[in-house]
Design a binder for this molecule. Structure first.
Ligand code: SF4
Ligand code: SF4
Ligand code: SF4
Length: 192
């Protein structure tokens, strides 16, 4: 069942979004939209790709394929405050691919190579597992396919990656075609 969001819900969600580190402009934009009028929002507790407890489920790609825009308005975002900055990130690497000469999985998970792996601080060559990395998603490349979101779910990841509507490009269609296709009723239209 869809939930009707009140102005209070919108403002609370907007405030939370603004407070989140690593969301680029999305959090601020969501808050601005929330004040200015209606905006579509994805509930991470309902999205099959991010919802915990759905291990083994197939990745849902409807966010990438159903948007009216050629490059979907949906993007993956990494909430850095939750990210473990893992040496072997299951959202970045295809952890089922064979190990390369460096011992890391030889393939990346993202089909659009939209995730950057940036070392944080000094790198210990003796103990690779002692090193930490920042995983940054390029919103110009990401199409919201959800593969990395599914990969980051516990227990392999910490669930720090989720899908969000990029309000920079979303047309705010009155009837979002993704919301119609979404198998989990994860889309809500926030009204002020
Ligand atoms: S949602 Fe898909 S395209 Fe975007 S970063 Fe994740 S795997 Fe890559
Ligand atoms: S409202 Fe329209 S432009 Fe925005 S995500 Fe949905 S289909 Fe795409
Ligand atoms: S269509 Fe719904 S379940 Fe599928 S990825 Fe988008 S929000 Fe998640």
């Amino acid at each position: 069942m869809s939930r009707d969001y009140t102005r209070r819900d919108v403002l609370e969600i907007g405030a939370r979004a603004v407070a989140m580190a690593g969301l680029g402009g999305f959090g601020t934009l969501l808050a601005v939209k929330a004040h200015a009028g209606d905006a579509w929002w994805i509930d991470p507790d309902k999205c099959i790709n991010s919802r915990l407890g759905t291990a083994g489920a197939e990745t849902c790609q409807s966010c990438a394929t159903e948007c009216v825009l050629t490059l979907s308005a949906i993007r993956a975002v990494n909430e850095f405050s939750k990210c473990g900055r893992c040496y072997v990130c299951p959202a970045y690497f295809d952890i089922h691919s064979a190990a390369g000469p460096d011992g890391l999985p030889s393939k990346k998970l993202c089909p659009r190579d939209a995730i950057e792996r940036l070392p944080i601080g000094w790198i210990d060559p003796e103990d690779p597992a002692n090193n930490f990395y920042e995983y940054v998603i390029d919103e110009a490349l990401c199409n919201g396919c959800g593969l990395c979101v599914m990969g980051c779910k516990e227990p392999a990841g910490l669930g720090s990656v989720r899908l969000e509507v990029n309000h920079d490009v979303c047309l705010d269609c009155n009837r979002c075609s993704i919301s119609t296709a979404c198998p989990e009723d994860a889309y809500a239209r926030l009204s002020t």
